[in-house]
Design a protein around this ligand. Structure first.
Ligand SMILES: Nc1ncnc2c1ncn2[C@@H]1O[C@H](COP(=O)(O)OP(=O)(O)OP(=O)(O)O)[C@@H](O)[C@H]1O
Ligand SMILES: Nc1ncnc2c1ncn2[C@@H]1O[C@H](COP(=O)(O)OP(=O)(O)OP(=O)(O)O)[C@@H](O)[C@H]1O
Ligand SMILES: [Mg+2]
Ligand SMILES: [Mg+2]
Lengths: 256, 256
Protein backbone atom coordinates (compact mmCIF):
# COMPACT_ATOMS: atom_id res chain seq x y z
CA UNK A 1 0.00 0.00 0.00
CA UNK A 2 2.73 2.41 -0.86
CA UNK A 3 4.24 4.24 -3.78
CA UNK A 4 7.95 4.65 -4.35
CA UNK A 5 8.66 7.68 -6.53
CA UNK A 6 12.13 8.72 -7.78
CA UNK A 7 12.66 12.40 -8.63
CA UNK A 8 15.09 12.25 -11.53
CA UNK A 9 16.62 14.60 -14.09
CA UNK A 10 20.28 14.54 -15.08
CA UNK A 11 20.03 18.23 -15.96
CA UNK A 12 21.33 20.15 -13.01
CA UNK A 13 19.45 22.73 -10.98
CA UNK A 14 15.92 21.96 -12.24
CA UNK A 15 14.31 21.67 -8.81
CA UNK A 16 14.73 17.96 -7.93
CA UNK A 17 15.69 18.62 -4.31
CA UNK A 18 13.25 21.49 -3.84
CA UNK A 19 10.42 19.31 -5.20
CA UNK A 20 11.48 16.25 -3.17
CA UNK A 21 11.46 18.18 0.09
CA UNK A 22 8.30 20.16 -0.54
CA UNK A 23 6.24 17.37 -2.07
CA UNK A 24 7.26 15.05 0.78
CA UNK A 25 6.40 17.71 3.37
CA UNK A 26 3.04 18.39 1.73
CA UNK A 27 2.14 14.68 1.61
CA UNK A 28 3.03 14.50 5.31
CA UNK A 29 0.78 17.46 6.06
CA UNK A 30 -2.01 15.57 4.24
CA UNK A 31 -1.51 12.85 6.89
CA UNK A 32 0.25 10.40 4.55
CA UNK A 33 3.29 8.80 6.23
CA UNK A 34 6.19 9.71 3.95
CA UNK A 35 9.89 8.87 3.80
CA UNK A 36 12.34 11.03 1.86
CA UNK A 37 15.49 9.13 0.76
CA UNK A 38 18.46 11.37 -0.13
CA UNK A 39 20.87 9.58 -2.49
CA UNK A 40 22.61 12.70 -3.77
CA UNK A 41 26.21 13.11 -2.48
CA UNK A 42 25.51 16.84 -2.24
CA UNK A 43 23.06 15.92 0.57
CA UNK A 44 20.91 18.96 -0.19
CA UNK A 45 17.64 17.25 0.81
CA UNK A 46 19.27 16.43 4.15
CA UNK A 47 20.41 19.98 4.86
CA UNK A 48 17.24 21.48 3.39
CA UNK A 49 15.34 19.69 6.18
CA UNK A 50 17.65 21.17 8.79
CA UNK A 51 19.91 18.16 9.39
CA UNK A 52 23.66 18.86 9.49
CA UNK A 53 25.12 16.52 6.89
CA UNK A 54 28.57 16.46 8.55
CA UNK A 55 26.95 15.11 11.71
CA UNK A 56 25.38 12.13 9.91
CA UNK A 57 27.41 9.16 11.14
CA UNK A 58 25.57 6.40 9.34
CA UNK A 59 23.61 7.33 6.27
CA UNK A 60 22.57 6.09 2.85
CA UNK A 61 26.20 5.28 1.95
CA UNK A 62 26.27 2.65 4.71
CA UNK A 63 22.94 1.22 3.57
CA UNK A 64 24.17 0.81 -0.01
CA UNK A 65 27.76 -0.29 0.71
CA UNK A 66 28.00 -1.55 4.30
CA UNK A 67 24.71 -3.49 4.53
CA UNK A 68 23.37 -1.31 7.33
CA UNK A 69 19.55 -1.73 7.39
CA UNK A 70 17.82 1.45 6.28
CA UNK A 71 15.82 1.47 9.52
CA UNK A 72 19.01 2.27 11.40
CA UNK A 73 19.56 5.56 9.55
CA UNK A 74 16.02 6.95 9.41
CA UNK A 75 15.57 10.22 11.35
CA UNK A 76 12.54 12.32 12.27
CA UNK A 77 11.91 15.82 10.91
CA UNK A 78 9.88 18.77 12.15
CA UNK A 79 6.82 17.18 10.55
CA UNK A 80 5.38 14.23 12.43
CA UNK A 81 4.56 12.16 9.32
CA UNK A 82 7.80 12.93 7.45
CA UNK A 83 10.96 10.87 8.00
CA UNK A 84 14.33 11.16 6.23
CA UNK A 85 17.02 8.66 5.20
CA UNK A 86 19.93 11.11 5.07
CA UNK A 87 22.85 11.28 2.69
CA UNK A 88 26.42 11.94 3.74
CA UNK A 89 29.68 13.17 2.18
CA UNK A 90 31.10 9.61 1.83
CA UNK A 91 28.50 9.00 -0.87
CA UNK A 92 30.66 11.01 -3.29
CA UNK A 93 32.95 7.99 -3.72
CA UNK A 94 30.15 5.43 -3.81
CA UNK A 95 29.67 5.09 -7.55
CA UNK A 96 33.32 4.13 -8.10
CA UNK A 97 33.03 1.52 -5.35
CA UNK A 98 29.75 0.15 -6.69
CA UNK A 99 31.05 -0.49 -10.23
CA UNK A 100 32.66 -3.81 -9.33
CA UNK A 101 29.89 -5.07 -7.03
CA UNK A 102 27.53 -7.95 -7.75
CA UNK A 103 23.98 -6.66 -8.29
CA UNK A 104 25.21 -3.08 -8.16
CA UNK A 105 21.91 -1.71 -9.53
CA UNK A 106 19.85 -3.42 -6.86
CA UNK A 107 21.50 -2.18 -3.69
CA UNK A 108 18.66 0.17 -2.70
CA UNK A 109 15.58 -1.78 -3.75
CA UNK A 110 15.48 -4.47 -1.03
CA UNK A 111 15.71 -1.81 1.67
CA UNK A 112 12.74 0.14 0.31
CA UNK A 113 10.62 -2.97 -0.29
CA UNK A 114 10.91 -3.69 3.41
CA UNK A 115 9.41 -0.28 4.22
CA UNK A 116 6.29 -0.46 2.07
CA UNK A 117 4.03 -1.29 5.02
CA UNK A 118 5.31 1.65 7.03
CA UNK A 119 5.10 4.51 4.52
CA UNK A 120 2.40 5.49 2.08
CA UNK A 121 4.95 7.40 -0.01
CA UNK A 122 8.69 6.96 -0.38
CA UNK A 123 10.35 9.74 -2.40
CA UNK A 124 13.96 9.50 -3.63
CA UNK A 125 15.97 12.68 -4.38
CA UNK A 126 18.58 11.91 -7.04
CA UNK A 127 21.85 13.57 -8.11
CA UNK A 128 22.17 15.37 -11.49
CA UNK A 129 23.47 12.34 -13.40
CA UNK A 130 22.38 9.00 -14.86
CA UNK A 131 25.05 7.07 -12.97
CA UNK A 132 24.71 4.12 -10.62
CA UNK A 133 23.06 6.06 -7.77
CA UNK A 134 20.24 7.23 -10.07
CA UNK A 135 20.01 3.76 -11.64
CA UNK A 136 19.55 2.30 -8.13
CA UNK A 137 16.68 4.72 -7.57
CA UNK A 138 15.06 3.86 -10.92
CA UNK A 139 15.35 0.16 -10.13
CA UNK A 140 13.77 0.57 -6.69
CA UNK A 141 10.97 2.92 -7.76
CA UNK A 142 7.38 2.28 -8.91
CA UNK A 143 7.49 5.49 -10.94
CA UNK A 144 9.49 8.58 -11.85
CA UNK A 145 8.56 12.21 -11.26
CA UNK A 146 10.54 14.48 -13.62
CA UNK A 147 11.05 18.07 -12.40
CA UNK A 148 11.95 20.28 -15.36
CA UNK A 149 12.68 23.96 -15.91
CA UNK A 150 11.03 25.45 -18.99
CA UNK A 151 14.35 26.25 -20.61
CA UNK A 152 16.30 25.04 -23.62
CA UNK A 153 18.95 22.75 -22.06
CA UNK A 154 16.40 21.10 -19.77
CA UNK A 155 14.17 20.32 -22.76
CA UNK A 156 17.16 19.01 -24.70
CA UNK A 157 18.04 16.52 -21.97
CA UNK A 158 14.54 15.04 -21.73
CA UNK A 159 15.18 12.60 -24.60
CA UNK A 160 18.25 11.11 -22.93
CA UNK A 161 16.38 10.78 -19.65
CA UNK A 162 13.43 8.98 -21.26
CA UNK A 163 15.84 6.61 -23.03
CA UNK A 164 17.42 5.71 -19.71
CA UNK A 165 14.00 5.14 -18.11
CA UNK A 166 13.11 2.81 -21.01
CA UNK A 167 16.38 0.89 -20.58
CA UNK A 168 15.65 0.32 -16.92
CA UNK A 169 12.05 -0.59 -17.68
CA UNK A 170 13.15 -3.17 -20.27
CA UNK A 171 15.68 -4.71 -17.93
CA UNK A 172 15.95 -4.09 -14.24
CA UNK A 173 12.45 -2.82 -13.41
CA UNK A 174 9.57 -3.68 -15.80
CA UNK A 175 7.04 -1.97 -13.50
CA UNK A 176 8.69 1.45 -13.88
CA UNK A 177 6.37 4.14 -15.18
CA UNK A 178 6.37 7.95 -15.47
CA UNK A 179 4.45 9.40 -12.52
CA UNK A 180 4.43 12.88 -14.01
CA UNK A 181 6.37 15.85 -15.37
CA UNK A 182 6.52 18.91 -13.11
CA UNK A 183 7.26 22.38 -14.48
CA UNK A 184 9.40 24.25 -11.93
CA UNK A 185 10.68 27.82 -11.53
CA UNK A 186 8.09 28.79 -14.11
CA UNK A 187 7.84 32.45 -15.11
CA UNK A 188 4.72 32.82 -17.25
CA UNK A 189 5.80 36.28 -18.47
CA UNK A 190 8.69 34.80 -20.49
CA UNK A 191 8.19 33.66 -24.09
CA UNK A 192 10.92 31.06 -23.63
CA UNK A 193 9.00 29.47 -20.74
CA UNK A 194 5.73 29.46 -22.68
CA UNK A 195 7.39 27.92 -25.75
CA UNK A 196 9.24 25.18 -23.89
CA UNK A 197 6.18 24.37 -21.74
CA UNK A 198 4.15 24.13 -24.93
CA UNK A 199 6.65 21.67 -26.42
CA UNK A 200 6.57 19.47 -23.30
CA UNK A 201 2.76 19.44 -23.10
CA UNK A 202 2.55 18.60 -26.81
CA UNK A 203 4.78 15.54 -26.40
CA UNK A 204 3.45 14.33 -23.05
CA UNK A 205 -0.14 15.58 -22.81
CA UNK A 206 -1.33 13.36 -19.95
CA UNK A 207 1.91 13.41 -17.98
CA UNK A 208 2.37 17.13 -17.24
CA UNK A 209 0.92 18.11 -13.86
CA UNK A 210 -1.83 20.73 -13.83
CA UNK A 211 0.01 22.40 -10.95
CA UNK A 212 3.04 24.36 -12.10
CA UNK A 213 5.56 25.69 -9.55
CA UNK A 214 6.25 29.38 -10.24
CA UNK A 215 9.61 30.96 -9.54
CA UNK A 216 9.45 32.47 -6.06
CA UNK A 217 12.28 33.63 -3.83
CA UNK A 218 10.51 32.35 -0.70
CA UNK A 219 11.05 28.80 -2.01
CA UNK A 220 14.79 29.50 -2.45
CA UNK A 221 15.02 31.06 1.04
CA UNK A 222 13.41 28.17 2.92
CA UNK A 223 16.38 25.74 2.83
CA UNK A 224 18.66 28.30 4.47
CA UNK A 225 16.29 28.02 7.46
CA UNK A 226 16.30 24.22 7.26
CA UNK A 227 12.58 24.10 6.56
CA UNK A 228 10.20 23.04 3.82
CA UNK A 229 8.27 26.00 2.41
CA UNK A 230 5.07 24.94 4.18
CA UNK A 231 6.77 25.51 7.55
CA UNK A 232 8.82 28.53 6.44
CA UNK A 233 5.91 30.49 4.95
CA UNK A 234 2.63 28.60 4.73
CA UNK A 235 0.81 31.52 3.04
CA UNK A 236 3.35 31.83 0.21
CA UNK A 237 2.40 30.89 -3.32
CA UNK A 238 5.15 28.25 -3.21
CA UNK A 239 3.65 26.49 -0.21
CA UNK A 240 0.22 26.53 -1.81
CA UNK A 241 1.56 25.19 -5.13
CA UNK A 242 3.36 22.24 -3.56
CA UNK A 243 0.33 21.45 -1.42
CA UNK A 244 -1.86 21.45 -4.54
CA UNK A 245 0.72 19.26 -6.27
CA UNK A 246 0.61 16.78 -3.38
CA UNK A 247 -3.16 16.53 -3.76
CA UNK A 248 -2.77 15.99 -7.50
CA UNK A 249 -0.15 13.26 -6.97
CA UNK A 250 -2.33 11.53 -4.36
CA UNK A 251 -5.41 11.75 -6.55
CA UNK A 252 -3.68 10.55 -9.76
CA UNK A 253 -3.54 7.01 -8.65
CA UNK A 254 -4.49 4.94 -5.68
CA UNK A 255 -1.38 3.61 -3.94
CA UNK A 256 -0.40 0.06 -4.95
CA UNK B 1 51.70 30.78 -23.79
CA UNK B 2 48.28 29.51 -22.94
CA UNK B 3 45.90 29.06 -20.03
CA UNK B 4 43.78 25.99 -19.45
CA UNK B 5 40.75 26.83 -17.29
CA UNK B 6 38.21 24.27 -16.03
CA UNK B 7 34.71 25.56 -15.22
CA UNK B 8 33.67 23.38 -12.29
CA UNK B 9 30.87 23.18 -9.76
CA UNK B 10 29.17 19.93 -8.73
CA UNK B 11 26.03 21.89 -7.89
CA UNK B 12 23.76 21.62 -10.85
CA UNK B 13 22.39 24.46 -12.92
CA UNK B 14 24.72 27.24 -11.70
CA UNK B 15 25.76 28.48 -15.14
CA UNK B 16 28.84 26.35 -15.98
CA UNK B 17 27.83 25.78 -19.59
CA UNK B 18 26.46 29.27 -20.10
CA UNK B 19 29.70 30.76 -18.74
CA UNK B 20 31.91 28.35 -20.72
CA UNK B 21 30.25 29.24 -24.00
CA UNK B 22 29.98 32.97 -23.42
CA UNK B 23 33.41 33.49 -21.87
CA UNK B 24 34.99 31.45 -24.69
CA UNK B 25 33.07 33.44 -27.32
CA UNK B 26 34.04 36.75 -25.71
CA UNK B 27 37.72 35.78 -25.56
CA UNK B 28 37.51 34.86 -29.26
CA UNK B 29 35.96 38.24 -30.05
CA UNK B 30 38.93 39.83 -28.23
CA UNK B 31 41.10 38.06 -30.83
CA UNK B 32 42.42 35.39 -28.47
CA UNK B 33 42.41 31.94 -30.10
CA UNK B 34 40.23 29.84 -27.82
CA UNK B 35 39.22 26.18 -27.62
CA UNK B 36 36.15 25.06 -25.69
CA UNK B 37 36.32 21.42 -24.54
CA UNK B 38 32.95 19.86 -23.66
CA UNK B 39 33.36 16.92 -21.26
CA UNK B 40 29.78 16.86 -20.02
CA UNK B 41 27.74 13.88 -21.28
CA UNK B 42 24.78 16.25 -21.57
CA UNK B 43 26.76 17.95 -24.39
CA UNK B 44 25.08 21.29 -23.67
CA UNK B 45 28.15 23.35 -24.66
CA UNK B 46 28.13 21.47 -27.99
CA UNK B 47 24.45 22.15 -28.74
CA UNK B 48 24.63 25.66 -27.30
CA UNK B 49 27.12 26.46 -30.08
CA UNK B 50 24.75 25.11 -32.70
CA UNK B 51 26.34 21.69 -33.24
CA UNK B 52 23.94 18.72 -33.34
CA UNK B 53 25.32 16.34 -30.70
CA UNK B 54 23.73 13.26 -32.33
CA UNK B 55 25.74 14.01 -35.50
CA UNK B 56 29.08 14.01 -33.64
CA UNK B 57 30.76 10.81 -34.84
CA UNK B 58 34.04 11.16 -33.02
CA UNK B 59 34.10 13.34 -29.96
CA UNK B 60 35.68 13.70 -26.56
CA UNK B 61 34.67 10.13 -25.62
CA UNK B 62 36.98 8.81 -28.35
CA UNK B 63 39.79 11.08 -27.21
CA UNK B 64 39.57 9.85 -23.62
CA UNK B 65 38.86 6.16 -24.31
CA UNK B 66 39.89 5.32 -27.88
CA UNK B 67 43.13 7.29 -28.10
CA UNK B 68 41.87 9.48 -30.94
CA UNK B 69 44.03 12.63 -31.03
CA UNK B 70 42.05 15.67 -29.96
CA UNK B 71 43.00 17.40 -33.21
CA UNK B 72 40.80 14.96 -35.07
CA UNK B 73 37.63 16.03 -33.27
CA UNK B 74 38.06 19.82 -33.16
CA UNK B 75 35.39 21.73 -35.14
CA UNK B 76 34.97 25.38 -36.12
CA UNK B 77 32.19 27.60 -34.79
CA UNK B 78 30.56 30.78 -36.10
CA UNK B 79 33.39 32.74 -34.49
CA UNK B 80 36.68 32.60 -36.32
CA UNK B 81 38.88 32.37 -33.21
CA UNK B 82 36.66 29.91 -31.34
CA UNK B 83 36.97 26.15 -31.82
CA UNK B 84 35.12 23.35 -30.05
CA UNK B 85 36.04 19.80 -28.96
CA UNK B 86 32.51 18.38 -28.84
CA UNK B 87 30.97 15.91 -26.44
CA UNK B 88 28.70 13.07 -27.48
CA UNK B 89 26.09 10.81 -25.90
CA UNK B 90 28.56 7.87 -25.51
CA UNK B 91 30.29 9.91 -22.83
CA UNK B 92 27.49 8.97 -20.41
CA UNK B 93 29.06 5.54 -19.93
CA UNK B 94 32.65 6.79 -19.83
CA UNK B 95 33.13 7.10 -16.09
CA UNK B 96 32.28 3.43 -15.50
CA UNK B 97 34.74 2.43 -18.22
CA UNK B 98 37.48 4.70 -16.88
CA UNK B 99 37.41 3.29 -13.35
CA UNK B 100 39.59 0.28 -14.21
CA UNK B 101 42.02 2.11 -16.51
CA UNK B 102 45.66 2.85 -15.78
CA UNK B 103 46.19 6.58 -15.25
CA UNK B 104 42.45 7.17 -15.42
CA UNK B 105 42.78 10.74 -14.10
CA UNK B 106 45.29 11.73 -16.76
CA UNK B 107 43.46 10.82 -19.92
CA UNK B 108 42.71 14.42 -20.96
CA UNK B 109 45.89 16.23 -19.90
CA UNK B 110 48.32 15.02 -22.62
CA UNK B 111 45.87 16.05 -25.33
CA UNK B 112 45.54 19.60 -24.02
CA UNK B 113 49.29 20.01 -23.39
CA UNK B 114 49.83 19.36 -27.10
CA UNK B 115 47.53 22.27 -27.94
CA UNK B 116 49.14 24.98 -25.81
CA UNK B 117 50.96 26.55 -28.77
CA UNK B 118 47.80 26.79 -30.82
CA UNK B 119 45.34 28.34 -28.33
CA UNK B 120 45.71 31.20 -25.91
CA UNK B 121 42.81 29.88 -23.82
CA UNK B 122 41.44 26.38 -23.43
CA UNK B 123 38.19 26.26 -21.42
CA UNK B 124 36.69 22.98 -20.17
CA UNK B 125 32.94 22.72 -19.45
CA UNK B 126 32.37 20.08 -16.74
CA UNK B 127 29.36 17.98 -15.68
CA UNK B 128 27.60 18.61 -12.32
CA UNK B 129 29.64 16.06 -10.35
CA UNK B 130 33.10 15.44 -8.88
CA UNK B 131 33.54 12.16 -10.71
CA UNK B 132 36.33 11.03 -13.05
CA UNK B 133 35.40 13.38 -15.92
CA UNK B 134 35.69 16.44 -13.67
CA UNK B 135 38.86 15.01 -12.05
CA UNK B 136 40.37 14.70 -15.54
CA UNK B 137 39.58 18.36 -16.15
CA UNK B 138 41.10 19.42 -12.80
CA UNK B 139 44.22 17.41 -13.55
CA UNK B 140 44.64 18.97 -17.01
CA UNK B 141 43.86 22.56 -15.99
CA UNK B 142 46.10 25.43 -14.85
CA UNK B 143 43.22 26.87 -12.86
CA UNK B 144 39.57 26.57 -11.96
CA UNK B 145 36.80 29.11 -12.60
CA UNK B 146 33.84 28.46 -10.26
CA UNK B 147 30.45 29.70 -11.51
CA UNK B 148 28.05 29.98 -8.59
CA UNK B 149 24.47 31.08 -8.07
CA UNK B 150 23.90 33.28 -5.03
CA UNK B 151 21.61 30.74 -3.38
CA UNK B 152 21.76 28.48 -0.34
CA UNK B 153 22.53 25.05 -1.85
CA UNK B 154 25.20 26.48 -4.14
CA UNK B 155 26.94 28.11 -1.16
CA UNK B 156 26.65 24.88 0.80
CA UNK B 157 28.44 22.91 -1.90
CA UNK B 158 31.41 25.28 -2.13
CA UNK B 159 33.25 23.61 0.76
CA UNK B 160 33.13 20.16 -0.87
CA UNK B 161 34.34 21.63 -4.17
CA UNK B 162 37.30 23.39 -2.54
CA UNK B 163 38.25 20.17 -0.73
CA UNK B 164 38.31 18.32 -4.03
CA UNK B 165 40.43 21.04 -5.64
CA UNK B 166 42.87 20.76 -2.73
CA UNK B 167 43.05 16.97 -3.11
CA UNK B 168 43.90 17.30 -6.80
CA UNK B 169 46.40 20.06 -6.04
CA UNK B 170 48.14 17.92 -3.42
CA UNK B 171 48.31 14.90 -5.71
CA UNK B 172 47.71 14.93 -9.42
CA UNK B 173 48.21 18.61 -10.26
CA UNK B 174 50.30 20.77 -7.90
CA UNK B 175 50.00 23.79 -10.23
CA UNK B 176 46.22 23.96 -9.91
CA UNK B 177 44.80 27.14 -8.39
CA UNK B 178 41.55 29.08 -8.39
CA UNK B 179 41.20 31.43 -11.36
CA UNK B 180 38.15 33.09 -9.89
CA UNK B 181 34.60 32.80 -8.57
CA UNK B 182 31.84 34.09 -10.86
CA UNK B 183 28.43 35.09 -9.52
CA UNK B 184 25.78 34.07 -12.08
CA UNK B 185 22.03 34.60 -12.49
CA UNK B 186 22.38 37.39 -9.97
CA UNK B 187 19.27 39.34 -9.00
CA UNK B 188 20.40 42.28 -6.90
CA UNK B 189 16.83 42.99 -5.71
CA UNK B 190 16.76 39.78 -3.65
CA UNK B 191 17.99 39.72 -0.03
CA UNK B 192 18.99 36.08 -0.44
CA UNK B 193 21.30 36.96 -3.33
CA UNK B 194 22.86 39.87 -1.41
CA UNK B 195 23.41 37.74 1.70
CA UNK B 196 24.96 34.78 -0.12
CA UNK B 197 27.14 37.05 -2.29
CA UNK B 198 28.29 38.78 0.89
CA UNK B 199 29.27 35.44 2.41
CA UNK B 200 31.26 34.43 -0.66
CA UNK B 201 33.07 37.77 -0.89
CA UNK B 202 33.91 37.61 2.80
CA UNK B 203 35.55 34.17 2.46
CA UNK B 204 37.26 34.74 -0.90
CA UNK B 205 37.84 38.51 -1.19
CA UNK B 206 40.40 38.47 -4.03
CA UNK B 207 38.83 35.62 -5.97
CA UNK B 208 35.34 36.96 -6.75
CA UNK B 209 35.17 38.66 -10.15
CA UNK B 210 34.16 42.32 -10.23
CA UNK B 211 31.85 41.45 -13.11
CA UNK B 212 28.69 39.73 -11.97
CA UNK B 213 26.33 38.09 -14.50
CA UNK B 214 22.76 39.25 -13.85
CA UNK B 215 19.77 37.02 -14.54
CA UNK B 216 18.56 37.82 -18.05
CA UNK B 217 16.21 35.85 -20.28
CA UNK B 218 18.20 36.77 -23.40
CA UNK B 219 21.05 34.63 -22.03
CA UNK B 220 18.67 31.69 -21.59
CA UNK B 221 17.21 32.17 -25.09
CA UNK B 222 20.55 32.21 -26.93
CA UNK B 223 21.28 28.43 -26.81
CA UNK B 224 17.96 27.61 -28.47
CA UNK B 225 19.35 29.54 -31.46
CA UNK B 226 22.70 27.73 -31.19
CA UNK B 227 24.56 30.97 -30.55
CA UNK B 228 26.57 32.61 -27.79
CA UNK B 229 24.88 35.71 -26.43
CA UNK B 230 27.33 38.02 -28.22
CA UNK B 231 26.05 36.74 -31.59
CA UNK B 232 22.42 36.37 -30.50
CA UNK B 233 22.05 39.89 -29.06
CA UNK B 234 25.25 41.89 -28.83
CA UNK B 235 23.54 44.88 -27.18
CA UNK B 236 22.05 42.83 -24.34
CA UNK B 237 23.31 43.27 -20.80
CA UNK B 238 24.32 39.60 -20.86
CA UNK B 239 26.59 40.04 -23.86
CA UNK B 240 28.19 43.10 -22.30
CA UNK B 241 28.70 41.33 -18.95
CA UNK B 242 30.46 38.34 -20.46
CA UNK B 243 32.61 40.61 -22.62
CA UNK B 244 33.61 42.57 -19.53
CA UNK B 245 34.32 39.28 -17.74
CA UNK B 246 36.58 38.17 -20.60
CA UNK B 247 38.57 41.38 -20.26
CA UNK B 248 38.86 40.82 -16.51
CA UNK B 249 40.01 37.22 -16.98
CA UNK B 250 42.57 38.28 -19.60
CA UNK B 251 43.84 41.14 -17.43
CA UNK B 252 44.08 39.10 -14.19
CA UNK B 253 47.13 37.28 -15.30
CA UNK B 254 49.43 37.14 -18.18
CA UNK B 255 49.15 33.74 -19.90
CA UNK B 256 51.76 31.18 -18.85
N1 LIG C 1 10.18 27.53 -7.63
C1 LIG C 1 11.37 28.02 -7.32
N2 LIG C 1 11.50 29.36 -7.23
C2 LIG C 1 12.72 29.91 -6.95
N3 LIG C 1 13.83 29.19 -6.73
C3 LIG C 1 13.76 27.86 -6.81
C4 LIG C 1 12.54 27.19 -7.10
N4 LIG C 1 12.78 25.86 -7.10
C5 LIG C 1 14.09 25.71 -6.83
N5 LIG C 1 14.68 26.91 -6.63
C6 LIG C 1 16.10 27.18 -6.37
O1 LIG C 1 16.83 26.85 -7.56
C7 LIG C 1 18.04 26.17 -7.23
C8 LIG C 1 18.01 24.80 -7.88
O2 LIG C 1 17.03 23.98 -7.28
P1 LIG C 1 17.39 22.55 -6.68
O3 LIG C 1 18.67 22.60 -5.96
O4 LIG C 1 16.21 22.05 -5.97
O5 LIG C 1 17.58 21.76 -8.05
P2 LIG C 1 18.18 20.29 -8.24
O6 LIG C 1 17.64 19.79 -9.51
O7 LIG C 1 17.96 19.51 -7.03
O8 LIG C 1 19.76 20.63 -8.38
P3 LIG C 1 20.93 19.52 -8.50
O9 LIG C 1 20.91 19.15 -9.96
O10 LIG C 1 22.18 20.27 -8.09
O11 LIG C 1 20.59 18.41 -7.59
C9 LIG C 1 18.11 26.13 -5.70
O12 LIG C 1 18.91 27.21 -5.27
C10 LIG C 1 16.67 26.30 -5.27
O13 LIG C 1 16.56 26.94 -4.03
N1 LIG D 1 22.53 34.85 -16.40
C1 LIG D 1 21.53 34.05 -16.72
N2 LIG D 1 20.29 34.54 -16.81
C2 LIG D 1 19.24 33.73 -17.09
N3 LIG D 1 19.34 32.42 -17.30
C3 LIG D 1 20.54 31.86 -17.21
C4 LIG D 1 21.70 32.62 -16.91
N4 LIG D 1 22.77 31.78 -16.88
C5 LIG D 1 22.29 30.55 -17.14
N5 LIG D 1 20.95 30.60 -17.35
C6 LIG D 1 20.05 29.46 -17.62
O1 LIG D 1 20.00 28.69 -16.42
C7 LIG D 1 20.03 27.31 -16.74
C8 LIG D 1 21.26 26.68 -16.08
O2 LIG D 1 22.44 27.17 -16.67
P1 LIG D 1 23.54 26.15 -17.25
O3 LIG D 1 22.88 25.04 -17.95
O4 LIG D 1 24.55 26.96 -17.97
O5 LIG D 1 24.14 25.64 -15.86
P2 LIG D 1 25.13 24.41 -15.66
O6 LIG D 1 25.83 24.66 -14.38
O7 LIG D 1 25.96 24.22 -16.86
O8 LIG D 1 24.10 23.19 -15.51
P3 LIG D 1 24.51 21.64 -15.36
O9 LIG D 1 24.85 21.49 -13.89
O10 LIG D 1 23.28 20.87 -15.76
O11 LIG D 1 25.68 21.40 -16.25
C9 LIG D 1 20.05 27.20 -18.25
O12 LIG D 1 18.74 26.99 -18.68
C10 LIG D 1 20.57 28.56 -18.70
O13 LIG D 1 20.07 28.93 -19.95
MG1 LIG E 1 19.37 18.40 -5.91
MG1 LIG F 1 26.30 22.45 -17.97
Amino acid sequence: MSRIIALVNQKGGVGKTTSSINLAASLAVLEKPTLLVDIDPQANATSGLGIDKSSVETGIYDVLLNEVPINDIIVKTQLDKLHLAPSQIDLAGAEVEMVGMEGRENLLKPHLEALRERYKYILIDCPPSLGLLTINALTAADSVLIPIQAEYYALEGLGQLLNTIDLVKNGLNPELDIEGILLTMFDSRLNLAQQVAGEIKKHFPEKVYENVIARSVRIAEAPSHGKPIILYDVNSSGAQSYLALAKEVAARRGAK
